[in-house]
Design a protein around this ligand. Structure first.
Ligand SMILES: C[C@@](CO)(OP(=O)(O)O)[C@H](O)COP(=O)(O)OP(=O)(O)OC[C@H]1O[C@@H](n2ccc(N)nc2=O)[C@H](O)[C@@H]1O
Ligand SMILES: Nc1ncnc2c1ncn2[C@@H]1O[C@H](COP(=O)(O)OP(=O)(O)O)[C@@H](O)[C@H]1O
Length: 355
């Protein structure tokens, strides 16, 4: 945690709250509060990596990437509501996929609220409700979407007035995938995946998403990649630097709205590592192929498998084939691209709903 312009962190708030309290820190002001608490809800998307190219691990433990993200219609909703002065942060998690999500300070949404409050110079007295629509630990960046949504929501609720660049900078501190959760649509990610260039695309892609109840740890998948390479016989340590030109075919197909071309160009250097850790994923890929997918791929670090379909109906048929074969624990149908973190509802203190 780096102190923001609001000054150094004050004493801790009430036990377990993580808030900074108001007393003893006269540089801080309480967030505006009155009879009706202000509230804001933000929706942020999960993602599929249409391509994920991974270079050799660097001294900082991270891998240089070239990745093409697409935001999809499975989304997280984060609602922030002001609490009484000194009450600190309270996180609650709901939704179909809420098991295993922390509600303490390790929750990325909690950290996002703290970062924004620090910048705004206010106490983070905020109730954070996460409604999780993205599979947890599935390689679809649900936690990153929570963080992106919480940044946008806290900026609004705490009147921080942060610029897009400032939000992006805070996002990159929270995780490599968080900046994309802010931006949405389709973008090429470089660096750790946090440096983004929007990509022009035409049309909509329809996905069947096969999920597994047990997630995979992103760090473990990257470690397995280091040990085993990308699965083409080459060593991870001796890899040529990854370059965006390698995705020229994919980007051209996306720009032309050529769905079959997109299907042919899907690529994931982490797929072999994910398959090593969860060999049963091979069956999920095979069943999708038999059901006529235009291309099936492990999403990011997995274990969700994303199968590109010709239509929403075809996506449902692929999902039904997975269910019939008993190779997945859950099926979602989604489409993309969709927008990044965006306010969908807000009420000011004591005021009428804002549009
Ligand atoms: C693999 C990807 C592909 O988009 O997504 P997921 O499949 O997890 O959603 C990302 O690279 C995950 O990004 P994110 O989940 O934000 O990662 P971070 O919190 O920044 O880092 C978690 C861990 O992943 C590893 N990591 C992450 C990014 C990167 N470029 N190189 C890495 O080696 C590091 O071991 C790090 O400790
Ligand atoms: N809002 C969150 N804050 C912190 N951790 C989270 C949050 N949501 C999920 N997690 C945890 O982080 C890990 C990875 O989460 P997630 O973003 O869902 O998957 P992935 O990194 O595979 O895309 C999981 O162990 C999950 O419990």
């Amino acid at each position: 945690m780096v102190p923001g312009p609001g000054g150094p962190r004050g004493p801790r708030g009430p036990e377990g709250s993580g808030g900074t309290g108001g007393q003893g820190d006269d540089q801080r002001r309480a967030a505006p509060s009155s009879g009706v608490p202000a509230t804001v809800r933000v929706r942020a998307p999960g993602k599929v990596n249409l391509s994920l190219r991974v270079g050799a691990v660097q001294d900082d433990g991270y891998h240089p990437l070239v990745t093409v993200f697409q935001a999809v219609s499975l989304a997280e909703e984060v609602t922030l509501t002001e609490r009484a002065a000194g009450a600190g942060i309270l996180v609650e998690v709901t939704g179909p996929a809420s098991d295993g999500v922390p509600t303490d300070r390790t929750n990325l949404a909690w950290q996002a609220v703290e970062l924004v409050a620090e910048r705004a110079g206010v106490d983070p007295d905020v109730h954070v409700e996460l409604h999780k629509g993205v599979p947890v630990g599935g390689g679809m960046a649900g936690g990153s979407a929570d963080a992106a949504a919480a940044l946008v929501a806290a900026d609004h609720l705490l009147h921080a007035g942060l610029s897009r660049d400032e939000l992006h900078e805070l996002a990159a501190r929270l995780g490599s995938d968080v900046p994309f959760g802010l931006l949405g649509h389709v973008a090429v990610g470089t660096g750790r995946g946090h440096l983004l260039t929007p990509a022009m695309t035409r049309g909509e892609l329809h996905w069947a998403l096969g999920t597994r109840a047990r997630g995979l740890s992103t760090a473990e998948v990257y470690r397995t990649f280091d040990e085993r390479g990308p699965g083409d016989g080459s060593s991870a340590a001796e890899r040529e630097p990854v370059h965006v030109d390698q995705d020229a075919e994919l980007l051209q197909a996306l720009g032309a709205g050529d769905t079959e071309g997109v299907g042919r160009a899907l690529h994931n250097d982490l797929q072999a590592a994910a398959l090593h850790l969860a060999p049963e994923l091979a069956d999920v890929l095979t069943v999708a192929e038999r059901a006529g997918t235009l291309g099936a791929i492990v999403s990011g670090s997995g274990p969700t498998v994303a199968a590109l379909a010709r239509s929403p109906r075809h996506a449902r048929a692929i999902g039904a084939a997975w269910t019939a074969a008993g190779v997945v624990d859950g099926v979602h149908v989604a489409s993309g691209p969709t927008h990044g973190a965006r306010i969908v509802h807000s009420v000011a203190s004591d005021g009428p709903p804002r549009p």
